[in-house]
Design a protein around this ligand. Sequence first.
Ligand code: PLP
Length: 416
Amino acid sequence: MKNQDIFQRAQESIPGGVNSPVRAFKSVGGTPRFIAKANGAYIWDVEGTQYIDYLGSWGPAIVGHSHPEVVKAVQDAAVNGLSFGAPTEGEVILAEKICALLPSIEQVRLVSSGTEATMSAIRLARGATNRRKIIKFEGCYHGHSDSLLVKAGSGLLTFGNPSSSGVPQEFVSHTIVLEYNNLDAVQQAFNEVGNDIACVIVEPIAGNMNLIKPKAGFLEGLRELCTQHGALLIFDEVMTGFRAGPKGVQGLTGIKPDLTTLAKVIGGGMPVGAFGGRKDIMQHIAPMGAVYQAGTLSGNPVSVAAGLKTLEILNRPGFYEQLSATTATLVKGLKEKAAKHGVTFSADSVGGMFGIYFRSEVPTTFAEVQESDTKAFNVFFHAMLDEGVHLAPSAFEAGFVSACHNEEILTKTFDA
Ligand code: PLP
């Protein structure tokens, strides 16, 4: 079977031609690689071509693909019975583990995706504060229901087109969309409508703008303003949780959000999401409080088993030190390699994620991200793909490193 043939079939049966990264591939052009097999740091497409993988399933594959211990945990859980929807101890153990690892989380609810986690957290924030408005930032992505939050036609999303979200204006007009890293704008919004702001949701390091870090004082300022005005601060750590560092960005910065959303790594490649935070806020969830929350597949034993095993592996001594060092070495090597292809870029990394920008400086706002030369990125992406290295097929998204990207894999990446 050829990649091209499957691609054609996909156009017929699936609107948009399949999920990411096929969708994302449209931005770089060419035929997406349909992955038939993945192991460690490698993926193989349906034509049998092997690639070193820096897409990492868009984040979850932090211990590498098909880690034998994760596979065994999943197999055992499946053999023990697929009692979805009935309570299992695994759900409780995963919840306890998340609470133990992230001090800002006193209680947590499991869901099945990052989108579900962020939308549930926003709903909870509105219910808990009895306020309507939310503040979000340009270029920060909070899931495919993000378009529900943004004014139709504003064109502010990195993904999708809000004007085609099909959502009537009155449902989205309570979202205030501000520039990332611009604390003055947040202060102004609070001055104007502070008593109706339920929450501020932010990617504390924005992996959906490739990789933008908060300027000094930005997250601290958000924390202060939220506390001052009785709004809740939500860190969307779906991408950064247990990937930017052992305690996510909140661990790196010491800033405590009221609510946190997680997914990707906590499912070890299986569908698990979570939102959690202060007990007094979480207590608004039914049956104790008024905010309804449920999900047929939430906390299902197979996904939970994968998540638990993954968290166990990445909490072994030295895991994050090695991951961060590998990512930094990769970025340096990629820069040198790009120079051989006649292109230069700026880059940044944290933990097991990295961003490369085809502009002279690492950006700090969405507008600056958009100045990145996408044509140069596309040329580099395809040059790497031809050499057997699969980067994330988008000039605007982070790349991911796993524990399997050891020295040998890095050398192969640079020598290819
Ligand atoms: N929030 C952030 C920061 C994300 O990066 C993503 C996905 O990439 C989501 C939310 C949505 O998660 P999911 O794709 O699991 O629905």
